[in-house]
Design a protein around this ligand. Structure first.
Ligand code: LLP
Length: 420
């Protein structure tokens, strides 16, 4: 459920007609709904409300815009960060160090220092090597890094191969059968306090079973660690809950997810930690675009060339992902179309042979469910600018990220004098 609905035949973000936003800031532009962000954050919290000790860290990578993070921090969520840049954003949005989890397989020494200085609540370490390095950096400062060990449970998340993270061949975490040994060795290092275990098997999961399988393995590991005399007070269950991209698709709700977690994990006597991203912000954004022209093709369906491209929304090109496409002011007619961007790559294709609202040059349309992994994955490929972002709140809206024009990007480039 989101707040992008038709009012009198015009698609609105909450109470703002999308045409008003296009007139004000141009296209392409991402439009976020504050009410939808809040609704999904609250639904996620409600799904876990029956569990005794819960910490929710919004996975900033899904949407790092400061205004979005502000909504999350006002909802009481912490942050899951994977870089110094994300850490700085979380702090700037009002999230506090203790509520921040630092994940990622390649934290640099500088990022470890940055995390320690910010008083990070938990580093999720992904290898013994990383743990040893972090312990040394912390000890040299007279500190102890609070850590969880991320394990790789070798479970197939049954999602797209590029966003699956919990199979043995993936780069993430330590193999679960070696985890107890690594945990025990790291726990004695002076610069480290090992307090828990973490798992994240992938993103856009449509089934709860793989998560359940992974959590069961994590529970067995906790029991093994405790039997070996280790303390385990926290278990981080990661993110991964998927959302429907196609009208009519059905995904597990946060309530069903919470019920499964309760069934599997409620006897663990730990603080359960969560890192949701997409499930909170995915449906809370659309990418608003204008049709440049409609081009006849040689074999039937015309090409609808829009002003958004794979540099603005990479998911279709990267993962073959589906985003529903709707006209802002549907005429009532339909067409079978190939919807493409202007970039000089065949991969810059949003839909082939898709049944959509009839569109003509100048019409506005949206790609739905673009609030997660949208603007944040944008690039300036083909010397296009960085896409603008807007947030709506009831009848008002504000630009929450300026459009970065190609000239601003060129201004950061230099021609050395020996080429003059
Ligand atoms: N925690 C960790 C350690 C993660 O790696 C991720 C996502 C999350 C939490 C949040 O997962 P979520 O709840 O959003 O599924 N660009 C891809 C998705 C990449 C996900 C990366 N990790 C896409 O557009 O589908």
């Amino acid at each position: 459920m989101d707040h992008f609905e038709y009012q009198n035949g015009v698609l609105c973000a909450e109470d703002v007609p999308l045409g008003t936003i296009a007139d004000a800031v141009g296209t392409p532009v991402y439009v976020y709904s504050r009410a939808t962000l809040e609704r999904h954050a609250r639904a996620f919290k409600a799904g876990l409300a029956h569990l005794p000790k819960v910490h929710i860290a919004f996975a900033i990578k899904a949407n790092p815009n400061l205004a979005v993070l502000k909504v999350m921090s006002r909802e009481g969520l912490g942050a899951d960060v994977v870089s110094g840049g994300e850490l700085a954003r979380a702090l700037a949005a009002g999230m506090t160090g203790p509520d921040i989890v630092f994940s990622g397989v390649g934290k640099t020494a500088a990022e470890m220092v940055q995390g320690l200085e910010a008083g990070i609540g938990q580093f999720n370490i992904e290898s013994e090597e990383e743990g040893i390095e972090l312990a040394a950096i912390a000890a040299a400062r007279g500190l102890r890094a609070v850590c969880a060990l991320r394990v790789n449970p070798d479970v197939d998340a049954r999602t797209h191969e590029k966003i699956s993270t919990g199979k043995a061949e993936n780069k993430f975490g330590v193999p679960i059968d070696r985890a107890a040994g690594i945990y025990t060795r790291l726990a004695v290092l002076p610069g480290i306090e090992m307090r828990g275990v973490a798992v994240h098997i992938g993103s856009q999961l449509q089934q709860l079973q793989p998560l359940e399988d992974a959590f069961i393995k994590l529970g067995e590991l906790i029991a093994e660690l405790r039997a070996g005399g280790q303390s385990v007070t926290h278990a981080d269950l990661g993110g991964g809950l998927g959302v429907p991209y196609k009208a009519g698709d059905v995904f597990p709700s946060p309530a069903e997810y919470g019920a499964m977690v309760g069934r599997v994990c409620s006897q663990w006597d730990v603080t359960l930690m969560f890192e949701p991203g997409r499930v909170i912000c995915g449906n809370a954004g659309v990418l608003l675009t204008r049709v440049i022209r409609v081009k006849r093709s040689s074999n039937g369906a015309p090409f609808v060339v829009v002003d958004a491209a794979m540099n603005d929304l990479a998911r279709p090109a990267m993962y073959g992902a589906w985003h529903d496409i709707d006209a802002v002011v549907p005429s009532g007619s339909r067409m079978i179309a190939n919807v493409v961007g202007p970039i000089c790559e065949t991969g810059d294709t949003f839909a082939m042979g898709r049944d959509i609202d009839a569109l003509e040059a100048g019409d506005l349309a949206v790609f739905r469910t673009a609030g997660a992994y949208g603007a944040t994955m944008a690039s300036s490929y083909n010397s296009r600018g960085f896409v603008c972002e807007v947030m709506v709140d009831g009848a008002k809206f504000a630009v929450v990220a300026d459009r970065i024009l190609p000239a601003a990007i060129t201004a950061a480039e230099r021609v050395p004098e020996w080429l003059e």
